[in-house]
Design a protein around this ligand. Structure first.
Ligand code: ITT
Ligand code: NA
Length: 212
């Protein structure tokens, strides 16, 4: 069973809607390494999550990249949401940037199934994340680097607007694409055009040929 690794129920709703039945959430908070690109963070997370789960995993790292802020908050989007909140992120953009306040959402999916990798023989207690993390940290670094990971990226362009809509999650209410905010779409509509939907489409295509 493929595990969609995230602590974010909003992502799960979209991934399950898209992948339909072949996937289950793994609510595992992998270490987010400090890096300026989502791919590095996701790849690292996928290796760690695979070691933890010992099952095929798909890690989803996403963020909002504001053009006029040189891509900020980007990989720090989660931190900016927790500390400032999305309304303040919008107001900062409104105060500093002229219209249209262009931005993109990006999503990188990282797949790892341990191919070419011998998993640790001792079983991982799934209820003990600290022990699992400690065990992970003890793994030899070269062995970790050898774990193959496949990346799939999706992007969507839009502009920042005052918050509208009750759907979606995160920055969706302040991100408008062709006149509609992502929070004004249901998950099917959002998936059809979103960064995550595009990444999921690429993954789905590849995964299907792989399992045929
Ligand atoms: P996991 O790492 O456990 O998956 P997270 O919510 O921390 O959950 P990210 O680090 O990828 O996930 O998220 C970065 C931020 O971007 C966070 O504040 C999310 O709410 C936001 N975000 C991610 N995808 C989004 C989307 O499709 N629409 C709006 N905001 C999104
Ligand atoms: Na995260």
């Amino acid at each position: 069973m493929l595990r969609y690794v995230t602590t974010n129920p909003g992502k799960v709703a979209e991934a399950l809607q898209y992948l339909q039945g072949d996937v289950e959430q793994l609510d595992y908070d992998y270490t987010e390494v400090q890096a300026s690109d989502l791919g590095t963070i996701a790849a690292h997370g996928a290796r760690e999550a695979y070691r933890y789960a010992d099952e095929p995993v798909l890690v989803d790292d996403a963020g909002l990249f504001i053009d006029g802020f040189d891509g900020f908050p980007g990989p720090y989007s989660s931190y900016a949401e927790d500390t400032l909140g999305i309304e303040t992120v919008y107001r900062l953009a409104e105060g500093e940037l002229d219209e249209p306040r262009r931005a993109s959402f990006r999503c990188v999916l990282a797949y790892c199934d341990g191919e070419g990798f011998e998993a640790s023989p001792d079983p991982v207690d799934r209820d003990d994340r600290t022990a699992a993390a400690a065990r992970g940290a003890e793994q030899d670094a070269s062995e970790t680097r050898a774990l193959p990971v496949k990346l799939f990226e999706g992007r969507v362009r839009g502009r920042l607007v005052p918050p509208r809509g009750d759907g979606g999650f995160g920055y969706d209410p302040i991100f408008e694409h062709e006149g509609t905010t992502f929070a004004e779409m249901d998950s099917e509509e959002k998936n059809a055009i979103s960064h995550r939907g595009r990444a999921l489409a690429k993954f789905g295509e590849w995964f299907q040929t792989r399992t045929e």
